[in-house]
Design a protein. Structure first.
Length: 294
């Protein structure tokens, strides 16, 4: 079932004591210019607004190793949808296998995008957890250096057991159903997820994830819950599909959501961790979260 998502608004916090910027994602409807913003209990004036009429850079991070048919469906759906969105949307491609690698710098040309996606082999080992922090930093640097909207979309299909590093704890006594090692098999995964989430708390660009192979075993449940947490921490979203037939609709849904976000710039002075609240007069936006100021 397709779930409707409200338009995303990214709030730019410009520190008066620093040239650094900070952005966070919120969801709502209505004129962004009418938003009332407070930070740490103090009113912050809205400085400027970037809307869906402005340019957007989408960074596609490909982490596909197992399902060629689903990857083909993703490629076709991405090119078709991005073509329909028009030239305001620049798209870059990265590969997550064996370290982060830039395959295509952000371009408008959909032919170049299609060629770059077709050049990637569906093989190797997953690398999403190894590159996510680096990708987030690149996206944030892009936001800080240009007046554009930026989002990241990870396309992945790996399982936790496929990683080069071993994130599983083996059961000591397989014949003993009460063996405590069974209860802690996902502990290493959890620790890695917590470490990544801690580093993503100050992320500016929203991270979205499309996992092409929903899994239900206990270890992959932990892993995929972690992916959902990565998206929630940065203001994005994670979607998991169970078959190739679901791919086109989910790609269109995610790209519509990414394309809809605006950027609201506010003048603010803050440091450390503060409460951010955003409201609109008509009540269509009501957002609270804790942010880490630059």
């Amino acid at each position: 079932m397709r779930v409707r998502r409200l338009a995303a608004l990214a709030v730019l916090l410009v520190s008066q004591s620093s040239s650094e910027v900070f952005k966070t994602a919120v969801w709502g409807e209505g004129p962004a210019q009418d938003l009332a913003v407070s930070l740490g209990g103090e009113i912050a004036a809205v400085h400027s607004v970037q809307t869906v009429e402005d340019h957007l850079i989408l960074l596609l991070v490909m982490d596909t190793v197992k399902f060629p048919d689903r990857v083909d469906a993703v490629r076709d759906a991405l090119v078709a949808k991005l073509t329909s969105l028009g030239p305001k949307y620049f798209v870059g491609v990265m590969s997550a296998q064996d370290g982060l690698r830039v395959v295509l710098d952000p371009v408008r040309g959909r032919a170049k995008l299609s060629e770059a996606l077709q050049s990637l082999d569906v093989r190797g080992l997953p690398g999403l957890m190894d590159v996510i922090e680096q990708v987030s930093e690149i996206a944030d640097q892009t936001l800080a250096s240009a007046e554009v909207r930026v989002a990241v979309l990870f396309i992945t299909d790996g399982e936790i057991e496929d990683y080069r590093g071993d994130y599983t704890i083996p059961v000591v006594n397989p014949s003993d159903s009460s063996d405590l090692s069974r209860r802690f098999r996902g502990q290493l995964i959890l620790e890695r997820i917590r470490s990544i989430v801690d580093r993503l708390e100050g992320a500016q660009a929203p991270l979205f994830f499309l996992h092409l192979a929903r899994q239900y075993d206990s270890l992959n449940e932990v892993y995929q819950n972690g992916i959902s947490e990565f998206s929630q921490t940065t203001g994005g979203r994670a979607v998991f599909v169970r078959g190739v037939q679901e791919v086109p609709a989910v790609v269109e849904q995610l790209l519509d959501e990414i394309a809809a976000h605006s950027v609201v710039s506010i003048d603010a002075s803050c440091e450390g961790i503060q409460k951010l609240e955003i409201r609109s007069p008509v009540g269509s936006v009501r957002h609270r979260e804790t942010v880490r100021c630059p």
